[in-house]
Design a protein around this ligand. Structure first.
Ligand SMILES: NC(=O)c1ccc[n+]([C@@H]2O[C@H](COP(=O)([O-])OP(=O)(O)OC[C@H]3O[C@@H](n4cnc5c(N)ncnc54)[C@H](OP(=O)(O)O)[C@@H]3O)[C@@H](O)[C@H]2O)c1
Length: 217
């Protein structure tokens, strides 16, 4: 499986508060969804927003997988993702399976996954389950914590990042990679695949290959 992380960030590497991308970036994201078979989204992003995970022309394809991942089991039932389109997948811990089954019996497909550490689900297993459901290209749509685990567990092949012409002036924003341990010594090396500028919006559309051989501590 090929796995892509996609996000938009400020020049200072912050991915929130949301809503700072242009229409151009929205279309860019929707095209990437169209090119991939599934989206994986962290529970934090779902709790904070209400993404439908549409592809171009406002469509939600029946055969595209929309997947969520949670450790706490705190997934709100009143989000649009449960209201229309195919039933989302929810990856969770074995401990939360019963609780989620009660709340989401008809609304989602549940997949309990093993832990690699006390609060860290095994994303390689998540990828295998998705592959078993026909997913060949996975789009990870954040947020920062899920991006961190995807890089730490080395499941991500590429980083697709839009840089918006913004600086966050407070210290509150979530970082593109939001985790508690170092992922490099001190950097993680990326290789540029493509770079497009959009002068009208001032946005840069970048695509990087993630070098997998690096040692993540
Ligand atoms: N600019 C952008 O492109 C962009 C894109 C997406 C999101 N965002 C923003 O990012 C912010 C959210 O980021 P965030 O870091 O707080 O949350 P997040 O990454 O969306 O979700 C984190 C949560 O997902 C679950 N999770 C993810 N990976 C896991 C793993 N390997 N094992 C166990 N649980 C895992 C846990 O769920 P539980 O909490 O349920 O335990 C974890 O706390 C929001 O403000 C959102 O708007 C921005």
């Amino acid at each position: 499986m090929k796995c892509y992380i996609i996000c938009i960030q400020t020049l200072c590497g912050r991915i929130s508060p949301v809503g700072f991308g242009s229409q151009k970036d929205r279309h860019h994201l929707e095209r990437w969804r169209h090119r991939t078979d599934a989206t994986l989204l962290g529970a934090g992003s779902l709790r904070e927003g209400d993404p439908k995970l549409e592809v171009p022309f406002g469509k939600v394809p029946q055969r595209r997988v929309r997947a969520l991942i949670t450790m706490s089991g705190d997934i709100p039932t009143n989000k649009s993702i449960f209201g229309s389109g195919p039933k989302p997948f929810i990856f969770c811990s074995k401990k939360e399976e019963e609780n989620l089954k009660r709340r989401f019996s008809d609304m989602a497909h549940l997949f309990p996954v093993d832990l690699l550490a006390p609060r860290e689900l095994d994303l390689t297993r998540v990828c295998h389950i998705l592959e078993e459901h026909g997913v060949k290209r996975l789009l990870i749509e954040g947020g920062g914590t899920l991006n961190f685990y995807a890089l730490k567990q080395k499941i991500a092949d590429e980083l697709i990042v839009t840089i918006a012409p913004k600086l966050l002036t407070s210290n509150r924003g979530i970082r593109l990679v939001q985790g508690e341990c170092d992922l490099g010594h001190p950097f993680m090396n990326l290789e540029l695949i493509s770079c497009k500028t959009h002068l009208e919006t001032g946005e840069l559309f970048l695509r990087y290959r993630i070098k997998k051989e690096q040692d993540i501590g």
